[in-house]
Design a protein. Structure first.
Length: 128
């Protein structure tokens, strides 16, 4: 199964934070699953660090992604085409692109975003 992590899910995984639920943690740890980490997450982390909304080290996050064997997902033309067809249920551009990527890749999005279930995308709660 392909699982695409959102930013919270990735950061909670890397910090071994209790906010990441046991079902989500087990799915990420399962070697049978392909864990996708979008470049969108790295962009979001960098933006939030620059404006003071997040304390993180992007280089350390990148190393941890590689260490854990997660697959990096670039932004492809097909993702942008999918993005253009999404309804606008909320205004977070990072979430929109992650949803479009999950749809295009046939991946389940692991997220805690309360708006994500309003989209036609397979969701697994990061909190469960």
């Amino acid at each position: 199964m392909k699982l695409l992590l959102d930013t919270h899910a990735l950061l909670w995984w890397l910090a071994d934070a209790p906010q990441l639920g046991p079902k989500a943690r087990g799915a990420i740890a399962d070697p049978a699953n392909d864990i996708l980490v979008s470049v969108v997450l790295l962009w979001e982390i960098a933006v939030k660090v620059r404006i003071g909304k997040l304390d993180a080290n992007v280089a350390s996050v990148i190393k941890a992604i590689e260490r854990d064997g997660f697959l990096r997902l670039p932004i492809e033309d097909a993702h942008l085409q999918s993005l253009m067809s999404l309804p606008v249920h909320h205004r977070d551009p990072f979430d929109h692109l992650l949803i479009a990527q999950a749809v295009t890749e046939g991946a389940t999005l692991i997220t805690s975003d309360r708006h994500a279930p309003r989209y036609a995308v397979q969701i697994q709660s990061a909190l469960a």
